[in-house]
Design a protein around this ligand. Structure first.
Ligand SMILES: Cc1ncc(COP(=O)(O)O)c(C=O)c1O
Length: 380
């Protein structure tokens, strides 16, 4: 019997080694990994540049606390905010924590409590973030939630009429990840931005899954009309090392002052080393252009999947969802047997989250496996 609380339904595979786009299990079976730890290892597994930097840091200093200045934090903050209207960063250890920080900042900044989030959204599993999340199954059995989160319909223009003087913030993902890889429409985001400006309402963009190059730009909002007051990142920031960040404007520095918020581990030297190396690798324009090109190639190939099985292929950059007419759990298992790891996003969507350094031949290999599993399923 396992001594672990059964909070996850796990596949019967133990992965023990990884390199680039591939992982190997305890039986020596190799898999092409298109999950990347759910959008975490954006540089692939154990990228040699990140590994070298973290190994060097391991030999110097692991942890200090935030009672001392940190040029490493300053450097990562600079990379996260360069050429942006966002200028100030708070470091923490996960996406949920970054979102909790954003929630506190919004409350203190606006002195209002109404926060508008969206149906199918996912923002984490603490009490405030369960409240923010627009999925009932996440809250089920936990009693009363933190009040004043209201969920609007995603991509629905009429819903935006709910934004008013009472609203502290509108909080959204540019592409809903856990909700099914659902991109926000450009015109709707434009209308959302206009409405928030009209009533002086803050905009929070949860970039925990979409950020750090995943969609072909540093942040997904950079390809949209949004001008957020706060964004949150985590997952891809440390190439697998746990790290999160809340990124905001200079105005917030008058709200979050010494003693208002904190984290023991947040911004620790190992995490900052991993983040610095990750950002140096991913952020150059040529790299982001390649993510866009590879994403377009993958989408074009996947559009050839049989319409009897696939309802829609959608996404941006290397965050792609294949919505099927049927439940995808058996397909995910069949793909595992061919040596391809993918993850679901809701019951009917297969989510592809390869390394941002995935090669064209690795993309072709994945496409071939997906096509063959779909063909087999159609013939059954
Ligand atoms: C959009 C979004 N926000 C928040 C989270 C929570 O992040 P974490 O699991 O690092 O706390 C996730 C995790 O999947 C996410 O996709």
């Amino acid at each position: 019997m396992s001594a672990l609380l059964p909070t996850y339904q796990r596949h019967d595979i133990e992965l023990i080694e990884g390199s680039g786009s591939f992982v190997t299990d305890t039986k020596g079976q190799s898999y092409l990994d298109f999950t990347m730890g759910i959008a975490v290892c954006n540089t692939g597994h154990r990228h040699p540049f990140v590994q070298q930097r973290v190994t060097e840091q391991l030999g110097k200093l692991w942890h200090t606390s935030n009672l001392f200045i940190s040029s490493k934090q300053e450097r990562v903050a600079e990379l996260l905010t360069k050429d942006s209207h966002l200028s100030h960063v708070f470091f923490c250890n996960s996406g949920t924590e970054a979102n909790e920080g954003a929630f506190k900042l919004i409350r203190k900044w606006t002195q209002k409590t109404e926060i508008l989030t969206f149906s199918q959204s996912f923002h984490g599993r603490t009490f405030a973030m369960m409240g923010a999340t627009g999925q009932e199954k996440i809250k089920d059995g936990f009693g009363s939630m933190v009040p004043d989160f209201k969920h609007l319909t995603f991509n629905d223009f009429e819903s935006l009429d709910m934004i008013s003087e009472q609203t502290a913030a509108v909080w959204l993902e540019v592409i809903q990840g856990e909700g099914g890889v659902i991109p926000a429409e450009h015109e709707w985001l434009q209308a959302l931005m206009e409405q928030t400006k009209k009533y002086d309402v803050k905009v929070v963009v949860d970039e925990v899954q979409t950020g750090i190059g995943r969609t072909g730009s540093r942040y997904a909002f950079e390809q949209t009309p949004l001008k957020p007051d706060i964004i949150t990142v985590a997952k891809g920031l440390g190439s697998g090392f746990p790290v999160g960040a809340l990124i905001t404007t200079a105005e917030a520095a008058t709200v979050f002052t010494p003693g208002t918020h904190g984290s023991t581990f947040g911004g620790n030297p190992l995490a900052m080393t991993a983040a610095e190396a990750t950002l140096e690798l991913l952020l150059p324009d040529e790299q982001m252009q390649q993510v866009q090109n590879k994403g377009k190639y993958l989408m074009a190939q996947l559009s050839e999947l049989p319409g009897t099985m696939v309802r829609e292929v959608r996404g941006r950059g290397l965050m792609i969802g294949i919505e099927c007419h049927q439940a995808v759990a058996p397909l995910i298992q069949a793909l595992q047997q061919t040596g391809l790891l993918v993850v679901s996003a809701g019951p009917n969507v297969i989510r592809l989250l390869p390394s941002l350094f995935v090669t064209e031949s690795e993309l072709d290999l994945a496409i071939e496996k997906i096509k063959s599993v779909c063909q087999q399923e159609v013939m059954m």
